[in-house]
Design a protein around this ligand. Structure first.
Ligand code: NAP
Length: 283
C-alpha cells in the first residue's frame, strides 16, 4: 500500500472498535482496486460524535462506516439519507460527496446479497425472523422492499416488533406479523427462510430454537451471529439437511456494499472468498 500526499481515507467510527474486522476487509479491497486509499478506525465516544462528523467534512475524508453505539445518533448529523435507510432509522455507511454527507444502511443489503449469491430468491418467500432489534429491522425492511410474501417476527418482547410491522405496513405490500418466540415444529411448516437475529449463540452453544425439532422440508436457515462461525442454530439446521447462511457472509457482504457506495467498484465472488478465508484464519 502506497501512502503519500494523494492518499485518501475512509474510516470507522465506533466505540469500542479494537476488534473490528472492517480494516482487514477494506484495506484488502483498497490494495487490490484503488492502491492509494486507506481504511482506519477511530474510537469515538458518544459526546464526541458530532465533532467527529464535522471532522470528516473538514478533512475531506471520503466516507466512513458507523458502528455501535452510533448508528442511530449519527442520523442527526448527516445531510441526506437513502429511502430504505430512513425506514431503518440507523446508518452504518456514509459517503462524503464534496462536503455533503449521504447516509446508508448496508446491513440488510449485505444480508440479502448473501441469500441471492447462494441462488435463493426473496420475492414471494415466506420468512420468519427471530429477534426484533436493530439487525432485524434492517433485514426486514430490505426483505420487504424486495417483495417477500410474508415476514413473521418472533421475539421475547413485542414492542420493537410492532414498530417494525408499522414501518413495513406503511411502505410495502409484504404481509407482516409478530408473536412470542416460542417456536414449535408446526410454526415452520410454511416457512421458506428462517433467520436468527438475536445474539443467542454468540460465543456460547445456546440456540434460539429447540434443537429437538426435526424438519422434513426444504428451508434456508440463516444466522447473523458470526462468533462462532458455525453456531448451534446452524448445526441444528445442517443436522436436518437444511441449507445455511453464515453470519460472516452478511458481515462481509455489508462491507462489500459499503465499498461499492464509496468507490463504485463492484467486487467479485473471489474477493468474498478471500475475505472469508482471512476471517477463518483469525477466528
Ligand atoms: P439488538 O438491537 O440488541 O437486538 C437484539 C434482539 O435479540 C432483541 O430483539 C432482543 O429481544 C433479542 N434478544 C437478545 N437477547 C436475547 C435472549 N437472551 N433471548 C431472547 N431474545 C434475545 O441487537 P442487534 O444489533 O439486532 O444485533 C443482534 C445480533 O446480530 C448480535 O449478536 C450482533 O453481533 C449480530 N449482528 C451481526 C451482523 C452481521 O453482519 N453478521 C450485523 C449486525 C448484528 P428484546 O427486544 O426483547 O430485548
Amino acid at each position: 500500500m502506497e501512502i503519500n500526499s494523494r492518499t485518501t481515507m475512509v474510516c470507522l467510527l465506533g466505540h469500542p472498535i479494537k476488534h473490528s474486522f472492517s480494516p482487514t476487509i477494506h484495506n484488502y479491497l483498497f490494495e487490490k482496486y484503488l492502491k492509494n486509499s486507506i481504511y482506519l478506525c477511530f474510537d469515538v465516544k458518544e459526546e464526541d460524535l458530532s465533532e467527529s462528523v464535522l471532522g470528516i467534512k473538514a478533512l475531506g475524508i471520503k466516507g466512513c462506516n458507523v458502528t455501535i453505539p452510533h448508528k442511530v445518533n449519527i442520523t442527526k448529523y448527516i445531510d441526506s439519507i437513502d429511502e430504505n435507510t430512513k425506514l431503518i432509522g440507523a446508518v452504518n455507511t456514509i459517503k462524503n460527496e464534496g462536503g455533503i454527507l449521504k447516509g446508508y444502511n448496508t446491513d440488510g443489503r449485505g444480508f440479502v446479497k448473501s441469500i441471492l449469491d447462494k441462488g435463493y430468491k426473496i420475492k414471494d418467500k415466506k420468512i420468519m425472523i427471530i429477534g426484533a432489534g436493530g439487525a432485524c429491522r434492517s433485514i426486514a425492511i430490505e426483505l420487504a422492499s424486495m417483495d417477500a410474501e410474508s415476514i413473521e417476527i418472533r421475539n421475547r418482547s413485542l414492542e420493537k416488533a410492532k414498530e417494525i410491522i408499522e414501518s413495513i405496513n406503511n411502505n410495502f405490500k409484504t404481509r407482516v406479523s409478530c408473536s412470542k418466540n416460542i417456536i414449535e415444529k408446526s410454526c415452520l411448516e410454511d416457512i421458506d427462510i428462517l433467520i436468527n437475529t438475536t445474539p443467542i449463540g454468540m460465543e456460547n452453544d445456546l440456540c434460539p430454537i429447540n434443537t429437538e425439532i426435526v424438519v422434513n422440508k426444504k428451508m434456508l436457515v440463516c444466522d447473523i451471529v458470526y462468533k462462532p462461525n458455525e453456531t448451534t442454530f446452524l448445526k441444528w439446521a445442517k443436522k436436518n439437511n437444511l441449507d445455511v447462511i453464515y453470519g460472516i457472509d452478511m458481515l462481509i457482504n455489508q462491507a462489500l456494499e459499503a465499498f461499492y457506495i464509496w468507490t463504485g467498484v463492484n467486487t467479485c465472488i473471489d474477493d468474498f472468498k478471500h475475505i472469508k478465508k482471512l476471517y477463518e484464519e483469525i477466528s
